[in-house]
Design a protein around this ligand. Sequence first.
Ligand code: ADP
Length: 382
Amino acid sequence: KRRIAVMTSGGDAPGMNGAVRAVVRMSIAQGCEAYAVYEGYEGLVQGGDMIREMKWDDVRGFLSRGGTVIGTARCMSFKERWGRLKAAKNMVIKGIDALIVCGGDGSLTGADLFRAEWPGLVDELVEKKELTAEQVEPFKHLNIVGMVGSIDNDMAMTDATIGCYSSLDRICESVDWIDATAESHQRAFVVEVMGRHCGWLALMAGISCGADFVIIPENPPSGNWEEEMCKVIKKVRVLTLLMTPQANTLKHRGLGKRKTVVIVAEGAIDTNLKKIPCTVIKDLLTNKLHLDTRITTLGHTQRGGSPCAYDRMLSTLQGAEAVKAVLEATPSTPSPVISIVENKIVREPLLEAVKQTQEVAKAIEAKDFARAMSLRNAEFTE
Ligand code: ADP
């Protein structure tokens, strides 16, 4: 029986468990055996009990659980050839020649490199007498299939990554909670959301929550943005100060809005690539508009909790497609990543998707923000 392994790697994302469940059950349904690699590449390098067979009922209840039950880790040794050599040995010992990785662009880059090196790795293991020629004979090629698990929605060539809509939901819910108190006290809130090179969460949260201003890394605020921001906020905002000596002199009512929300991506920068901390926005709102301003960093609450319906659906459909891709792969097919494009589950070349993703970070570094924005998908750019 063919043996297919699944792993979660890099930062955890809601929906990763759904991907593991789908791979395990689809593999079994297709007459294969399913294995889970625990703790990302660490489990592959350590081998033994870290690579375990999964039966149909081992993944029961996975669909609604947040995080990743089989664990994830950053693994330095897999970045070294000796680490990948150990990983190859562990896979051959377990009789596994197909690996489905759910992770970010780093994890997928590692997976593709592993596949490219594979024939050399198994030859070396035979030369070093760690494995016999008979042992490696059925495992001359490694199949790799990627799935993107990331709350940031930061991968090119897919409309959504597993986890991004759960995270967006959580942000919206949190901002709704903040709204209630902001409105009661006529306060302003600067809300920091995740996204180091990617402003998708910030931008979509801004749209979904009706924020007053959004700052994202791909399109940094330029010119006299501080004044612009204050102008935009002042237009709609009640600026009457309550119970202060200035209360009688400042009676601007704008369009009557009693709260202000500015959403800032974790990776927010100015056009000189200098980080824009939330404190800068807070000081502007406090000093220029006299707003009682607070900062809320949502942090890891954005990763937690159970996946939303979209992520359950996406991870299940993609997991099933990943197994199909393994079974249809040939030694000459480039490794695919399973994507969703215009609501269709499709396979895209993994290396190309990783390359395009890295292009965005490069464009930002080169201060070519027009290019950074155009590299993001249409939905995002508009
Ligand atoms: P993400 O997959 O979320 O981008 P990382 O970049 O931290 O997260 O990658 C997760 C793990 O994938 C790393 O700890 C490492 O084990 C492996 N990895 C990442 N990049 C490479 C690479 N270039 N070569 C080999 N392994 C890699």
